[in-house]
Structures are given as structure tokens and as C-alpha cells.
Ligand binder design. Structure first.
Ligand SMILES: [Cu+2]
Length: 122
């Protein structure tokens, strides 16, 4: 009987630790308007994103088919985009301009055309 209670207490403690370690990261670490971007062969939707300089946003990526990559060299951001998984990137654009992005993980015969642009305005 004592061991059963002990196990229950340990499990309870573990649950508290796990929740405590997950808690602070859900939401608090990412601020800003969420922009959802879907990737599929061979396009990004949307493929044109307009942002404001100095205004934080969270780019939220999902793939509708296979693994893709998102790379925007002009803004110094990249991430893998995985199917059935949401990948978030926080971004505070620090300059205005038009910044092309593209898929940087080979995904098939239309891969080279898979891209778009981020426009940052004042
Ligand atoms: Cu690709």
C-alpha cells in the first residue's frame, strides 16, 4: 500500500515539473500577430506577406504534404517546415524593403519555383 502511494506522489510531482517546464514557453515567449503560412508542392500560401518595421509578428508554418524549408536570407530567418507540425518563428523586421524567400529543402520538380516575398513597410 505504501509503495502505491509513493508511486502516485512521484507521478504527481513529475506531472507538476513537466507542466511547470512547459508552461512558461506556451505563448509568453512569442509575441505579436500570428501569420499562418502553409507550404505545399510547390508554393507558399500566402506567397506575399506585408509586415511593418519594428512590429513583432509570429510566423506560423505548416506543411500540407512533405518537408519543406523556409529561407529568407534578407531578414536572416530560416526554418524547416514539417507536415502535421506547427513551427513558429518570431520576427521583428528591423528594415524596410522587399525580401524574397524560398524553399531550401529539395521537394520535387517544381522546387526551384517555390518562393515568395516579405514586404516590410514603414
Ligand atoms: Cu522545396
Amino acid at each position: 500500500m505504501k509503495t502505491a502511494w509513493f508511486k502516485l506522489a512521484i507521478h504527481g510531482l513529475l506531472a507538476v515539473f513537466i507542466l511547470a517546464s512547459i508552461g512558461p514557453y506556451s505563448g509568453a515567449a512569442e509575441k505579436g500577430q500570428v501569420i499562418s503560412i502553409k507550404a505545399k508542392k510547390f508554393e507558399f500560401m500566402p506567397n506575399e506577406i506585408t509586415l511593418k518595421k519594428g512590429v513583432p509578428v509570429v510566423l506560423e508554418f505548416t506543411s500540407l504534404d512533405r518537408m519543406h524549408g523556409f529561407h529568407c536570407p534578407g531578414l536572416g530567418i530560416r526554418t524547416d517546415i514539417l507536415p502535421k507540425k506547427v513551427t513558429r518563428l518570431q520576427l521583428v523586421p528591423d528594415k524596410t524593403g522587399t525580401f524574397p524567400f524560398h524553399c531550401d529543402i529539395f521537394c520535387g520538380s517544381g522546387h526551384e519555383e517555390m518562393g515568395g516575398k516579405i514586404i516590410v513597410t514603414d
